[in-house]
Write a protein that binds this ligand. Sequence first.
Ligand SMILES: *Cc1c(COP(=O)(O)O)cnc(C)c1O
Length: 386
Amino acid sequence: MPDGFAARLAALSGAGRLRTLEALHGAQGPEIDLDGEALVNFCSNDYLGLANHPRVRDAMKAGVERYGAGAGASALLSGRSAAHVELEAALAAAVGRERALLFSSGYLANLGVLAALVGRHDRVFHDRLNHASLIDGVKLSGAVHHRYPHADAHALAAALGTAPATAEKWVVTDGVFSMDGDVAPLAAVAAVCKDAGATLVCDDAHGFGVLGAGRGTAAHCGLGAADVPLIVVTFGKALGTAGAAIAGPAEIIEYLVQSARTFIYDTAPPPALATATHEALTLALDDASLRTRLASNIAHFRAGLGARGLPDSTSTTPIQPVMLGSDHRALAAASSLRARGLYVRAVRPPTVPEGTARLRICLSAAHDTAQIDLLLDGLAAFREAA
Ligand SMILES: *Cc1c(COP(=O)(O)O)cnc(C)c1O
């Protein structure tokens, strides 16, 4: 066995970069039991409070009654069930694309889709702050790639201009950026893509269910299938379950069935997960009160920062970063909040760029304003003590 791992772990710890695992002893939600500690939780992506919603729980139980616990095989063998087919149809309709295809996770969807569609001689242009799974998918494609400055459609246009005219061009961006909460300038990016003849792929992990009346960032920006042909949606965030899908033109989806390795060689997701996700999707689209509550919680948090003399937030989404700069300061802030019963994690490099360690606060429709006030008071107290 190679040695030196203990020394590497010690170095990470010394640098304030050690990641630590903790476990919930009950359901996900605004109040959690974390290894016996009762905490108000501000670090889940369960933006609509669907992870433990009674209707989603019931749909999963009903799915288990009908289909059992596991799929038993990959989709191309005997693992595909009617529940998967129905969910794909509902997802395609929700985002207004011809067809959708399920993957076990967003990570696997991004790896599989980019590796299958992007050829080695193509060119890929991707936002500098894209999610790790997109970066890995681009690497796996083997294509020459260029990371453009964050959310900069002008720089993207300039970079596209340098690509050989004969090369197939792809542009890949998050819809909502996972660590900053900002919405991609998708209309400008789509216009640049159209000019350059590039195909746009949007990973909408954090926009789907939240923006555009639940239909995601493209809908929020008024963009259709001609502007954003391919959309990756994930279920582990606003829908509160797990898994993902790619939605797009029927012929591309059919090509992915033939060629996406993370689809072909992966056991199909449990059918009960599909029934639960389908119910969560219905709630996310039909129960506007969930999104209204989320929006008013976001507004309450942002107004509360100003009221306490804290720096303003520019994020309009549930992801509200509080920038602290150094790793140690971010960790100190997280532990000061924790001493007040508030669970917020410090996000440090390499997850975010050097010198931009932060608290990544996530708001949910399930929070109440008293809980958000506790958080705001905790942030103000940390700032005063510093
Ligand atoms: C969470 C996330 C993923 C990965 O999705 P999983 O289903 O959790 O694997 C992909 N892209 C973005 C932008 C994400 O935030």
